[in-house]
Design a protein around this ligand. Structure first.
Ligand SMILES: Nc1nc2c(ncn2[C@@H]2O[C@H](COP(=O)(O)OP(=O)(O)OP(=O)(O)O)[C@@H](O)[C@H]2O)c(=O)[nH]1
Ligand SMILES: [Mg+2]
Length: 339
């Protein structure tokens, strides 16, 4: 498939998934649902078949609400791997599936209770007590899924904050220690303050910006807090969030600050570079920033995001790297065994 065509297909996938997470429904608590269903049932009832219609109304409201809730969650079967890994790091996809299946189970229990008690009503004059018994059983089914609904609500909050990173646009991943000039570079080349998207386990959020070249859109992702410490200092879940980066069609721009004004020694910055290169199997361009403050010859290129010197050249080089890697099919991140 040609690069452009592939891009279009991916773009659609990328956009829909971000929207899908945004549209996750609010999850009511068990108590809210029960209150709503029982209240409506009293309103719905009149006439001879009062208890039957109360029972049916409450049963339908509960089971429909639960079924609709489950339907609105993504299946996780065919979402882009970048988002799958992020969702997994943030909420745990397997755990989420278990909670969703318990909600599905509850919906079917409610339907069974409704059916059984409607049948029982046919054989008795004391229909109110059959109805009360049914409501009692429904309430206890609902109570039993209280933790599941709470989990799903919490998951919703986390998933909604997922970054609007498009996993399939050619991407410059900007890495380096804090204060080396990552955001300054990003602002210089995308012409705007980046959109800040929350990302699991970095309180700063990732910055996402775009620029175009020859009708091709590129994405720049600023990763503060993600690629600014060695992997050995991470916990499992953080590693998972970092691992999601392997699904980006990216190349890394590793920024060094040889002036050490950033507060970190050059030796530490080079150690981190070796660490990143050791596991993120993407092309890396090493650039020494703050050339207005310090000269350094150990990098691939130099620039100053403050004066602007060298910035355009660095961007040109990154575009070349991305184009070349894309032609050669190299824009595949890391093997999961690596981390
Ligand atoms: N002298 C000089 N200062 C620079 C240059 N680039 C960035 N700075 C300054 O360095 C500081 C940090 O720059 P940022 O772009 O915020 O660095 P960052 O890497 O995004 O930092 P974090 O978001 O904390 O990881 C700011 O005060 C910038 O003004 C440069 O080329 N020369
Ligand atoms: Mg920054």
């Amino acid at each position: 498939m040609s690069f452009c065509l592939r891009l279009k297909v991916y773009l659609l996938g990328g956009m829909s998934i971000a929207v899908m997470f945004e549209r996750l429904p609010t999850v009511p608590t068990s108590q809210e649902l029960v209150d709503r269903a029982f209240r409506r049932s009293t309103r719905a009832s009149s006439g001879q078949k009062k208890d039957e219609s109360m029972l049916m109304t409450a049963g339908n409201i509960l089971s429909d609400n639960l079924t609709n809730l489950v339907r609105k969650y993504p299946s996780f079967m065919n979402i882009p791997p970048f988002y799958y890994d992020l969702a997994d790091a943030a909420v745990g996809v397997d755990e989420m599936r278990i909670h969703l299946s318990r909600v599905t189970w509850a919906a079917s229990q409610i339907r069974t209770i409704t059916r059984d008690h409607l049948t029982r009503m046919k054989g008795t004059a004391d229909r109110p007590s059959v109805r009360r018994a049914a409501f009692g059983r429904m309430a206890s089914v609902m109570k039993s899924i209280e933790p599941d609904l709470l989990f799903l609500n919490d998951a919703r909050q986390k998933l909604r904050g997922m970054p609007t990173v498009d996993p399939d646009l050619p991407t410059i991943i900007v890495a380096g220690y804090p204060n080396v000039g990552k955001s300054s570079f990003m602002i210089a080349v995308t012409g705007a303050r980046p959109e800040i998207a929350s990302y699991p386990f970095t309180t700063k959020g990732v910055g996402v910006g775009h620029f175009s070249r020859d009708h091709q859109r590129y994405q720049v992702v600023d990763t503060p807090g993600l690629l600014d410490r060695p992997l050995s200092q991470r916990n499992e879940i953080e590693l998972q969030a970092i691992a999601a980066l392997r699904h980006l069609r990216g190349a890394v721009l590793y920024i060094l600050d040889p002036s050490e004004y950033c507060g970190f020694s050059l030796a530490d910055q080079l150690r981190l570079l070796a660490d990143v290169k050791g596991w993120l199997h993407l092309p890396v361009l090493v650039v020494a920033n703050k050339s207005d403050l310090a000269a350094y010859e150990g990098a691939d290129m130099v620039m100053s995001t403050l004066s602007g010197a060298g910035v355009a050249e660095v961007l040109d080089r990154m575009v070349e790297i991305l184009e070349k890697a894309s032609e050669e099919g190299e824009l595949v991140g890391i093997d999961s065994e690596d981390i």
